[in-house]
Design a protein around this ligand. Structure first.
Ligand SMILES: Nc1nc2c(ncn2[C@@H]2O[C@H](COP(=O)(O)OP(=O)(O)OP(=O)(O)O)[C@@H](O)[C@H]2O)c(=O)[nH]1
Ligand SMILES: [Mg+2]
Length: 248
């Protein structure tokens, strides 16, 4: 499915007055898009509750290892949690094809020019899923550390990845994304040594921005840290089931 886009940067103008009014108009348009998104995210949350789904929104910069994590999570969970996936990219269905290898049902959203998923796109995608027996819905967002932070999709848990190849200061440079996380994943931990990953500095930066988030250090490649991450998901699903009898 393809989503419609909108421009976020101000159009160039020669007159300063016209520039200001164009900028004001664009801020108003953006605010109304965000308000509309909040309303749709609430509707999504109601839908997810009614279907007893634990929903994750997985976010990170491009190439941090979201798809690898989702694929290995589905494999490691086995039949403990039946999982479906919605994955967003600007173009291609490469990620959906990789994820379907697990046997899970996967819907690919191609956003075209839009650098994030919106609640409305998720609402349309979820209608295509067969949700009977599904307990976990994983949404892999478009790779981007900026825009997706502003768009609630109706998820239960925001999961933000920082790979050891990116630099320990990324949380300080992109605070909104990391501040909004309920779970933080330090990915590609198998490459820590070769990348001279400074664990103490990364952990301090993550703790500064998201002091209450759960942190997992793992490798989708070697499987290190995957059992702890999967236990966490099973535990979160049980908490949801205790609150909501539909989520069995
Ligand atoms: N060594 C190592 N490589 C990894 C790991 N996880 C992912 N990769 C590699 O990193 C590259 C990017 O991984 P993806 O899973 O496609 O990353 P992504 O975040 O989904 O990328 P986008 O969807 O394009 O934003 C691939 O070459 C993966 O094989 C890991 O744990 N260890
Ligand atoms: Mg991906």
């Amino acid at each position: 499915m393809r989503a419609s886009g909108f421009k976020e940067s101000p159009a160039p103008s020669s007159a300063p007055g016209a520039e200001r009014s164009e900028l004001k108009r664009q801020v108003e348009v953006h605010r109304s898009i965000l308000d509309k998104n909040i309303r749709q995210a609430e509707r999504n949350r109601g839908f997810f509750r009614a279907h007893g789904l634990l929903v994750l929104n997985i976010l990170s910069s491009p190439g941090s290892g979201k798809t690898a994590l989702v694929r290995e999570t589905i494999r490691a969970l086995g039949n403990r949690l039946k999982t479906a996936v919605i994955v967003g990219d600007l173009e291609t269905d490469n990620d959906a094809r990789r994820l379907r290898e697990t046997g899970a049902e996967v819907i690919q959203i191609t956003t075209g020019t839009v650098c994030h998923l919106e609640a409305e796109m998720v609402a349309r995608a979820v209608k295509q899923l067969h949700l009977e027996g599904v307990q976990l819905l994983i949404i892999e967002n478009v790779g981007n550390l900026v825009c997706p932070a502003s768009y609630d999709l109706g998820e239960d848990l925001r999961v933000v990845l920082l790979s050891v190849t990116e630099g320990e200061d990324k949380p300080l440079k992109y605070p909104p994304m990391f501040q909004s996380a309920r779970a933080l994943i330090v990915s590609k931990i198998d490459l820590a040594e070769v990348c001279e990953y400074d664990r103490a500095s990364a952990r301090a930066n993550l703790a500064r921005l998201a002091p209450t988030a759960s942190v997992f250090e793992l490798s989708a490649k070697t499987g290190r840290g995957m059992p702890e991450w999967c236990e966490y998901l099973v535990g979160e699903q049980k908490k949801l089931a205790a609150r909501d009898p539909l989520a069995t």
